[in-house]
Design a protein around this ligand. Structure first.
Ligand code: AMP
Length: 181
């Protein structure tokens, strides 16, 4: 069963369009018969993506730390909720349990997760596709800065695929997974 790790904002009080993007991404993943691996919270886009995935019939796996169970409202509706001791284990578990990653707009936590999967891919520690799903150019500033940064290797930069629509993002993953398998 293909499992997709999704990283996105946990902040509350977000504009509806961000929640809709997360919800639609969850539903689209479900429509392909894929499993969601998320941070295991019910807040913000993270909660919306899990609810969307379940509404579409997907299996959902949440990975959360003990310390965040209350703060990020642990997703007790998840088919599997894995509670780990620390943030590093959370990222490692999410990476281990996922065949590919989709990164939606988010805050510092999302950036940390993006850079974790990106740098480990750059080091050849995994070969799992990473897609930045960015319909509105939220990440354009970051991506153009990185493209010009002298210390960033072009071959490492290429590990992240930028897509502007949900279908294009999931198609890009499907293509890469079919090549790998
Ligand atoms: P944010 O994008 O800041 O809303 O955070 C998205 C998710 O990343 C939340 O579930 C945070 O708990 C999580 N997060 C924040 N920092 C880290 C970290 N160092 N390692 C793993 N997850 C993190």
């Amino acid at each position: 069963m293909t499992a997709i790790g999704i990283f996105c904002a946990s902040s509350t009080g977000l504009d509806r369009r961000w929640l809709d993007l997360a919800d639609a991404t969850g539903k689209a993943l479900a429509a392909r018969g894929w499993t969601l691996v998320s941070g295991g919270g019910r807040v913000g886009m993270m909660g919306a993506v899990a609810d969307g995935a379940r509404a579409g019939g997907a299996q959902t796996v949440g990975v959360m730390t003990e310390s965040l169970v209350a703060k990020e409202s642990a997703d007790t509706k998840a088919d599997e909720l894995i509670v780990v001791a620390d943030m590093g284990s959370r990222k490692n578990q999410m990476i281990e349990r996922s065949d590919a990653f989709v990164v939606l707009p988010g805050g510092l936590g999302t950036l940390d997760e993006l850079f974790e999967v990106w740098t480990t891919a750059g080091l050849g520690l995994h070969h799992k596709p990473i897609v930045l799903l960015d319909p509105d150019g939220f990440y354009d500033g970051l991506m153009s800065w990185l493209a010009k940064a002298p210390f960033v290797r072009p071959e490492a930069l290429e590990k992240v695929i930028l897509e502007r629509s949900i279908d294009a993002a999931l198609d890009a993953i499907a293509r890469r997974l079919s090549v790998v398998r």
